[in-house]
Design a protein around this ligand. Structure first.
Ligand SMILES: Cc1cc2nc3c(=O)[nH]c(=O)nc-3n(C[C@H](O)[C@H](O)[C@H](O)COP(=O)(O)O)c2cc1C
Ligand code: SF4
Length: 611
């Protein structure tokens, strides 16, 4: 039984929790985030005396420690429940009833979302998409994913919590996350043997005497474009990093996968970890790097132990560490850092800040990360799938790679398909596949829209289903959310507006203010108080955010609104209350206090009601 008492920690307990975290991560200030996470895993939250101890041991100001805790949504300086339940809150979860489950769950356990139950047993909340859209609705209990939470499962979870059964004794099948591989092409059907791509890279360099340059040439010849969404040319990024005079150089794998609706990296990290590390090691050989990091999103903490086991096995096999594959001087190793619930940390420079143990605020560029990245060292950041693809290119050659896809978009791409379709899951296609083909394969019927690339991608209407998933047409990191005629596209866009307002890091004014204004405008329209003027304001804000934001989050924040406004305008217009201008701010309501103080409530004391 889990005892329920107000958490109080004596000095010995606090010291022990901090000591264990420091033993695992060391005393460098760069480890601050990891140490905080680890201490929170021991204590359940981060009490102020623990923060003071961490600040002192790592030699960082307490203000910085508090700032980091406040930035990451998974860190908490307040006590939380013995069971911490976070419902995934993507549109796909809502489409499958997550809000009903959340309400029933809260009623049964006497706790409101965002609160801790009075007895301290359970805290309940929502969190951004947890990367289980093919298992929606989903939730996390103490960081463990629970997929497919239908009414029966939610009742069972409630029973287990009310009976205070420790998580380790819950039925293991509750936590099983099946991978739905629905269509496999070269990457998912033909996993390579560990070390195969590294040996191929070494052999290429030997054959033509150019060493690591041969690997860079092959990646360039393949015309590999990054799979994380922005489509930057991988070979150019790697070569530019390799030319920097400073060493050591650093290889970073972006496993943050925070874009709502994306879960293909979960599959690669869970089932194809060797391929991911193989690609990172090939990259290290190509650019002359000796340090590597995987930045694993906090929601994928459940994959950590298996990933570490794979790293350990690869060290034993001579595929990591000193003299990889017997090559003197080829030294490279990988450490896994775990994120703590921040979407913006998927942006490459914010991710590097986070790796350095700071708040994930995107950097000013220049300098580019390839020149000055992690701790000022030349650094490449690539998506999980990009590294997997790079390993295959080095093994099979650029010609093999270019034989799939379109002339401008070589190779295959993994799509995370979810929403209104019979077969949600991961689909691997040669680039150039039409939207219609994907819909057919996924068993989608009566589709009215597809959100490709998640909230920061594009909303496609029925007349665009012949368009192609390719960098010259629909560029996507892989999310592919399907909506049928039962869905209200205004509500979908409103949900995304809330997402961006929630996730804006607040660093720059256009995004901090603009995303809040967009959210408020969408709520106002939902409440029947919107006007045509508000639709114009949305368009204007969209232009402003696109031009004036500091990073891609702000640049994209209005896209789902603009896209749905263009394709589903009636869904907005039928909600408009009047054609006149309605202020987003209730000025008359704000004057209520002044009326009370002056003892007046006559018509003359109300705006617009003066005689
Ligand atoms: C707000 C925001 C979130 C992002 N999240 C991710 C992510 O979760 N995974 C990812 O690979 N790229 C993400 N990116 C793109 C990265 O900044 C970067 O372009 C990418 O990791 C480069 O890898 P690639 O060239 O292999 O695609 C994000 C960008 C922005 C602006
Ligand atoms: S655009 Fe938004 S997320 Fe990006 S730096 Fe500015 S406030 Fe932060």
């Amino acid at each position: 039984m889990i005892p329920v008492t107000a958490p109080e920690f004596d000095d010995a307990t606090l010291d022990e929790a901090v000591r264990r975290a420091i033993d695992a991560w060391g005393r460098e200030p760069t480890q601050l985030l990891q140490v905080l996470r680890e201490v929170q895993e021991s204590l359940g939250f981060l009490p102020p005396p623990a923060l003071a101890r961490i600040a002192s041991v790592l030699g960082v100001p307490i203000a910085r420690v508090r700032g980091v805790v406040a930035f990451y949504s998974f860190l908490s300086a307040e006590p939380r429940g013995a069971y911490r339940v976070l419902f995934s809150d993507n549109v796909t979860d809502r489409m499958r009833g997550s809000e009903d489950r959340l309400r029933e769950f809260g009623q049964r356990l006497w706790v409101e979302p965002g609160k801790v139950s009075q007895d301290g047993l359970v805290s309940l909340g929502r969190t951004s998409c947890v990367g289980l859209d093919d298992h929606a609705p989903a939730l996390l209990v103490n960081g463990q994913p629970v997929p497919d939470v239908d009414a029966a499962r939610a009742t069972l979870l409630g029973d287990l919590i009310l009976a205070r059964v420790p998580l380790a004794e819950w039925p293991p099948e509750l936590f099983v996350v099946e991978d739905h591989i629905r269509r496999a092409d070269v990457m998912l059907t033909d996993p390579i043997r560990p070390g195969e791509a590294i040996r191929a890279a070494l052999a290429r360099g030997e054959a033509d005497g150019t060493g690591p340059q041969a690997t860079l040439e092959e990646i360039k010849a393949a015309r590999l474009l990054g799979r994380g969404g922005a489509g930057f040319t991988t070979g150019i990024k790697w070569e530019s990093c390799s030319r920097q005079p400073v060493t050591p150089r650093v290889v970073v794998c972006n496993a943050d996968e925070g874009e709502p609706g994306t879960f293909k990296d979960r599959l690669l990290l869970g089932r194809y970890a060797d391929l991911v590390f193989e690609g990172m090691t090939v990259a290290a050989w190509g650019i002359g790097a000796s340090r590597g990091f995987v930045y694993l999103r906090g929601e994928y903490r459940f994959l950590l132990d298996a990933l570490r086991d794979t790293l350990e096995r690869r060290r034993r096999e001579g595929l990591l560490g000193a003299a990889i594959c017997g090559r003197e001087g080829f030294d490279f190793d990988v450490q896994i850092h775990v994120g703590a619930g921040s979407y913006v940390c998927g942006e490459a420079s914010a991710l590097v800040e986070s790796l350095e143990g700071k708040r994930g605020i995107p950097r000013n560029r220049p300098p580019r990360l390839a020149e000055k990245g992690y701790l000022g060292l030349p650094t490449i950041v690539n998506n999980v799938e990009s590294y997997c693809t790079a390993a295959l290119i080095v093994l099979h050659g650029a010609d093999w790679f270019r034989s799939r896809g379109t002339p401008r978009s070589s190779g295959t791409k993994l799509l995370s398909v979810s929403g209104d379709c019979e077969r949600p899951g991961v689909y691997e296609y040669p680039l150039g596949v039409t939207v219609r083909q994907v819909l057919e394969d996924a068993g989608a019927r009566g589709t009215i829209a597809v959100q490709a690339g998640g909230p920061s991608g594009v909303c496609l209407g029925q007349d665009e289903f012949e368009r192609r998933i390719a960098f010259e047409d629909i560029e996507t990191g892989g999310a592919f959310i399907v909506f049928d005629g039962s869905r209200d596209m205004f509500e979908v866009a409103r949900h995304f507006a809330h997402f961006f307002a929630e996730e804006s890091c607040g660093f720059c004014t256009p995004c901090r203010v603009g995303t809040s204004l967009l959210r408020n405008l969408m709520d106002k329209i939902r409440d029947g108080k919107g006007s045509q003027h508000d639709l114009l304001t949305i368009e204007e804000l969209g232009r402003l955010l696109g031009k004036a934001s500091h990073c891609g989050l702000g640049e994209s924040a209005a896209k789902p609104l603009l896209g749905t406004l263009r394709r589903f305008r009636p869904a907005y217009e039928r909600r408009l209350g009047s054609s006149a201008v309605e202020p987003a701010f209730d000025l008359d309501g704000a004057l209520a206090r002044a009326r009370r103080m002056t003892g007046r409530d006559d018509p003359g004391a109300h705006l617009g009601e003066a005689p």
